[in-house]
Write a protein that binds this ligand. Structure first.
Ligand SMILES: C[S@@+](CC[C@H](N)C(=O)[O-])C[C@H]1O[C@@H](n2cnc3c(N)ncnc32)[C@H](O)[C@@H]1O
Length: 317
């Protein structure tokens, strides 16, 4: 692998050697009705608020996705119900649109608190010198940058994302910071096709999992690429534990976020999706169950800022 822009590995749908994972039943952990749309694992007909593919929107060439049967014909994109195959394109549109303003918006929206959440996740990672680390959906590279320093010259970090615009921002940033032990790889979290089995000591995904269509497949792929003894960390928005706090948080998410998106990035829709996708993401206990179902042991989670965010941890033993 190379740091060269032109050599970012683009895994397309044309890999004839890839074998689809075996068919399995929908996730048993996602049977509760979520606010709107179709939760992963629930078969539903396309709702009226479905969005048809818009011909004016570019079609992005995405790394190959999973086709496991974990997700029904339809799924959710925020609160909308869409055809499952449309979701990756729609998520791609969001992150191509926000890539250049992503870091600024992150600081503004969270008042800088995302840095503390990430610091706590890094603390739980137990990362050490000489280790091999994969940061999935790593975007602009906040975690990978710290891991690069922590693993040192004898270690190695892969910053991976499905989205070339996000990955380009991350690559430029990390190369500017002198991170010479980092590779940049375009990959879909659902398959992690570029990566061999049992190759990483630590796998992380920070604020990425909720965007993934087939989360069960992604968790299985993470398990596959981890070495025995390796650790998975998932930092993600979750369910606030205190109900009155939830109401305030909803008010902020559904009014302030799209407004900030409009003013700073001229894109309120992407930030509305952000708020909606957070509400549609599995809660703490559900996600822990999904990790266990994928084979992870000793799974636990830590709520941060009253459960607005949680760090889930699991081990491949
Ligand atoms: C909110 S950003 C998080 C970026 C970074 N990890 C952070 O914590 O700041 C979500 C990232 O997930 C990526 N993503 C979405 N779906 C993905 C998938 N199926 N596989 C890999 N990355 C994906 C997006 O391209 C985007 O860069």
């Amino acid at each position: 692998m190379s740091n060269d822009n032109q050599n970012i590995e683009n895994q397309t749908t044309s890999n004839p050697n890839s074998t689809a994972l075996p068919e399995k039943k929908p996730s048993p952990f996602l049977t509760e009705q979520l606010p709107q749309g179709t939760a992963q694992g629930q078969q539903q007909t396309l709702a009226q608020n479905s969005t048809a593919s818009n011909q004016n929107i570019p079609h992005y060439n995405l790394p190959r996705g999973a086709n496991t049967g974990n997700v029904g014909e339809t799924t959710h994109f925020g609160f909308k119900t869409i055809n499952t195959e449309e979701k990756a394109q729609k998520v791609a549109e969001v992150f191509h649109s926000v890539a250049s303003k992503y870091d600024l918006m992150n600081d503004l929206m969270s008042l800088g608190i995302h840095r503390l959440w990430k610091r706590y996740a890094i603390h739980l990672s137990g990362v050490r010198r000489g280790q091999q680390v994969l940061d999935i959906a790593g975007g602009t590279g906040d975690l990978a940058k710290v891991f690069s320093r922590e693993v040192g010259e004898t270690g190695h970090v892969v910053l991976s994302d499905i989205n070339e615009s996000m990955l380009n921002v991350g690559r430029d940033r990390l190369l500017d910071a002198g991170c010479t032990n980092v590779d940049f790889v375009l990959a879909n979290a659902e398959t992690l096709e570029p990566f061999a089995d049992n190759s990483f000591d630590l796998v992380t995904i920070s604020f990425g999992l909720r965007n993934v269509t087939d989360k069960d497949a992604a968790l299985q792929a993470m398990f596959r690429v981890l070495k025995p003894g390796g650790r998975l960390l998932i930092l993600e928005f979750s369910k606030p534990v205190f109900e009155p706090f939830s109401k305030l948080y909803d008010l902020y998410s559904f009014t302030a976020l799209p407004l900030m998106g409009k003013i700073i990035a001229n894109d309120s829709e992407s930030y509305r999706y952000l708020a909606e996708s957070i509400r549609m993401h599995p809660d703490q206990r559900t996600l822990k169950g999904m990790m266990e179902n994928a084979g992870f042991k000793n799974c636990d989670y830590h709520n941060l800022t009253g459960g607005i965010v949680a760090v889930h941890r699991g081990f491949k033993l």
